[in-house]
Design a protein around this ligand. Structure first.
Ligand SMILES: Nc1ncnc2c1ncn2[C@@H]1O[C@H](COP(=O)(O)OP(=O)(O)OP(=O)(O)O)[C@@H](O)[C@H]1O
Ligand SMILES: [Mg+2]
Length: 264
């Protein structure tokens, strides 16, 4: 039987590599023959735009419309009407309109379970559904945490704050405690934008291990910093398509293996 894993890629801190990780972990998993859906749960729509959709607000159906449909208790459209396909990856797009969903969700009946109602029927089509969260712990992120099986936290070691991470871990346990998602599991921290040859980063890593190692797994694989990441985005490609032999591609590929092995 097909078992789909829904993974929320979350960190309320901005610019830590959530979207880059969603795209490149997704790409690696697809390369391994997995059926993958990427969900853009951020009104900034960076994920959607990174596939070359320059004007997401011109798309006929985005996550915003689907959330509205669930809130109004209407039937969801067939998946072919809103899912975009780029080579081996399927995308559920978003647009700036999604910002308004934060507010409409607050007053909705099953306000935390709206995204779950959209994603659960899609589980049978995929091996992995990766949710690219926005940099906040608002209603959309709570919806992602309620809809997922596991949470992966990308973090830039230079800017990792103990308080910020505690807040995120607290939110995850609150989602569990409140019964919004009783089976949610914390995968761990993926270190991104890692500069290997600085003592500063080594010290920070030691600090992370010391402070969080007992609370949360820190993945062996670290994603190095590279200008290729930005260049790939400008080219509407994953780093792995844009620079297949580069160090970031290799790291995301290794990480996908470590990730699958760790969860099987
Ligand atoms: N390994 C890397 N090396 C260099 N630059 C990177 C790397 N990973 C991400 N970036 C760049 O850092 C910026 C932030 O990355 P990304 O958009 O993935 O973060 P994010 O957490 O999704 O941000 P937001 O919180 O705004 O959604 C982007 O410009 C991206 O191209
Ligand atoms: Mg992002």
């Amino acid at each position: 039987m097909n078992k789909c894993e829904v993974i929320a890629i979350a960190n309320q801190k901005g610019g830590v590599g959530k979207t880059t990780t969603t795209v490149n972990l997704g790409y690696s998993l697809a390369e391994e023959g997995k059926r993958v859906l990427l969900v853009d749960c951020d009104p900034q729509a960076n994920l959607t735009m990174s596939f070359g959709v320059d004007y997401p607000d011109e798309l006929p159906i985005t996550l915003y419309n689907l959330i509205g449909t669930v809130i109004e208790d209407k039937d969801l459209p067939p998946k072919g009407e809103y899912i975009l396909t780029f080579n081996s990856l399927d995308i559920l797009p978003s647009s700036i309109e999604l910002a308004a969903a934060e507010l409409s969700l607050v007053n909705a009946m099953s306000r935390e379970a709206t995204l779950k109602a959209i994603l659960d029927p899609l589980r049978s089509y995929y091996d992995f559904i990766l949710i690219d969260c926005m940099p906040s712990l608002g209603m959309l992120t709570i919806n992602a945490l309620a809809a997922c099986d596991r949470v992966l936290i990308p973090a830039n070691p230079q800017y990792l704050s103990a308080k910020g991470l505690e807040l995120l871990l607290d939110t995850i346990s609150k989602v569990k405690r409140k019964g919004l998602n009783s089976h949610i599991e914390l995968d761990g921290i993926l270190i991104t934008m890692f500069v290997e040859r600085t003592n500063l980063n080594k010290d920070i890593l030691a600090w992370i291990e010391e402070n969080f190692g007992s609370l949360v797994r820190i993945y062996e694989t670290k994603i190095p910093v590279s200008v290729k990441v930005g260049e790939a985005v400008l080219n509407s490609q994953s780093v792995q398509e844009f620079d297949p032999k580069g160090k970031v591609s290799a790291a995301y590929k290794n990480f996908a293996k470590e990730y699958i092995d760790g969860n099987s």
